[in-house]
Design a protein around this ligand. Structure first.
Ligand code: DOR
Ligand code: ZN
Length: 434
């Protein structure tokens, strides 16, 4: 993970609510350089008068969210998105750290490829960024050499954008074993290719109505079971990305209950929509894994509540509107949402889906611990000044045309959300104001 550049002069953010602690108290937060130097009840007062002052006036100060599943397409497909627009979208959406999966060429299969990508994208980034190694057969022999540069390694078990899924037990075993030696988590897109092929034969690939049957819960469950088994056999820590089904959630929970090193995440689209919405709305909700049933959605929410699911991530997947306008079977899969990620998460609180503490946990605290960011995820002395100021009274309507992301088409168009970042700070530096 690489840090964004920073300034050094002290800044104080005064009179803010820290929702992770208590909604009824006010605090002053002093920032020096990249870090939080002090957090005090406002009543105590008396910070260094030279500090630049940001008046909080009772607004919420949250830890910046850590989004560990993003696609930005740079290098290679900058016309769809790049780090300039993608990290601006992240800052606007309350994400101060993003971890990105390159699934277009050039893949991250050597140290040189990772170094070259970081050299290219870091100077353009206004938030902290990290990248994953690409677990495809060509990476064998190069896994260890990049381990200090990457956030982990990403494996696709089923076909998706980029066509870089891997099958074959022996091949997979080698990849799992290689990652185990690095100590990193192995991050999985858990959809089983063979089960998807059977689902497509039975239900076709063309229908919005049957997308969740063609790419079924069974495909996710099978791939999750296989990944957990290989992880156990090879001693690899396994993280299941973007879970979409109750069945996979149960498998992860059982593994966790048995003390296995297994973690998981899910995304806003699985919490806001069901397969019936895909049927109604079409390609704008075409995504892999597919959006499943109401019962699956309820199980995911329960998983977030109980902690069986650790992380909320965006799976920001930018595609141009023209491509999404194709017939369902020819349209690309993926939903962009970086520009509105924190509002989407916080609005779940207002809708009574999750409580505020859970959203902060899953958006910031547990992603920090999964990724070993010991100074991130909390508004606390000694932590990085990755902070987001939100007016809990403000409501805004989602307008894709206003997004920093190049992908303007959004299934959330016209939705009223709360929790819009008014100020985003990364390593002590203000990178977004609204
Ligand atoms: O729907 C998806 N879109 N799923 C993925 O696995 C990749 C993503 C993309 O990169 O477009
Ligand atoms: Zn993805």
């Amino acid at each position: 993970m690489r840090d964004a550049p920073s300034t050094v002069h002290p800044v104080s953010i005064l009179d803010v609510v820290l929702p992770e602690r208590d909604l009824s108290e006010r605090f002053d937060v002093l920032i020096e350089g990249k870090s939080i130097l002090d957090v005090r009840p406002t009543q105590q007062g008396g910070f260094d008068s030279h500090a630049e002052r940001i008046e909080g006036r009772g607004r919420w100060l949250l830890p910046g969210f850590i989004d560990d599943h993003v696609h930005l397409r740079e290098p290679g497909l900058e016309k769809k998105e790049g780090y300039l627009t993608g990290t601006a979208a992240a800052a606007a959406g309350g994400v101060t750290t993003l971890l990105e999966i390159q699934n277009n060429q050039p893949l991250m299969t050597s140290r040189r490829a990772v170094e070259s990508k970081l050299e290219q994208v870091r100077p353009k980034s206004v938030v902290n960024v990290g990248v994953y190694g690409s677990l495809v057969p060509e990476i064998i022999g190069h896994v260890a050499e990049m381990s200090d540069l990457v956030a982990g390694y990403k494996l696709f078990l089923g076909p998706s954008t980029g066509g870089i899924d891997v099958s074959g037990e022996e091949r997979l075993r080698k990849l799992f074993a290689a990652v185990a030696e690095t100590g990193h988590w192995l991050f999985v897109h858990a959809e089983d290719g063979a089960t998807i092929a059977a689902g497509v034969r039975e239900h076709g690939a063309g229908g919005a109505k049957t997308w969740h049957l063609a790419r079924s819960a069974e495909a996710e469950i099978t791939a999750t079971r296989n990944a957990l088994a290989l992880g156990e056999e090879c001693g690899t820590r396994v993280h299941i990305f973007h879970m979409s089904s109750g069945g996979a959630t149960e498998l992860v929970k059982a593994a966790r209950d048995a003390g296995k090193p297994v973690t998981a995440g899910t995304c806003p689209h699985y919490l806001y929509f069901t397969n019936e919405d895909t049927e109604r709305m079409g390609t704008v909700l075409r995504v892999n894994p597919s959006i499943k049933t109401k019962q699956d959605q309820e199980a995911l929410i329960e998983g977030l509540r109980t902690g069986a699911i650790d992380c909320l991530s965006s799976d920001h997947a930018p595609h141009p509107a023209e491509e999404k306008a194709r017939p369902f079977e020819k349209a690309p899969s993926g939903i962009p949402c970086l520009d509105i990620f924190m509002p989407l998460c916080l609005t779940l609180v207002e809708r009574g889906v999750l409580d505020l503490a859970t959203v902060i946990e899953r958006g910031a605290v547990t992603p920090a611990s999964v990724h070993g960011f010991t100074r991130k995820g909390r508004v606390q002395e000694g932590f990085d000044a990755d902070l987001v100021l939100v007016d809990p009274e403000e409501r805004r309507i989602v307008r894709g045309a206003e997004h920093h992301s190049k992908a303007k088409l959004t299934p959330y168009e016209g939705m009223e959300l709360m929790g819009w970042p008014q100020l985003t700070m990364v390593q002590g530096r203000v990178v977004h104001t609204a």
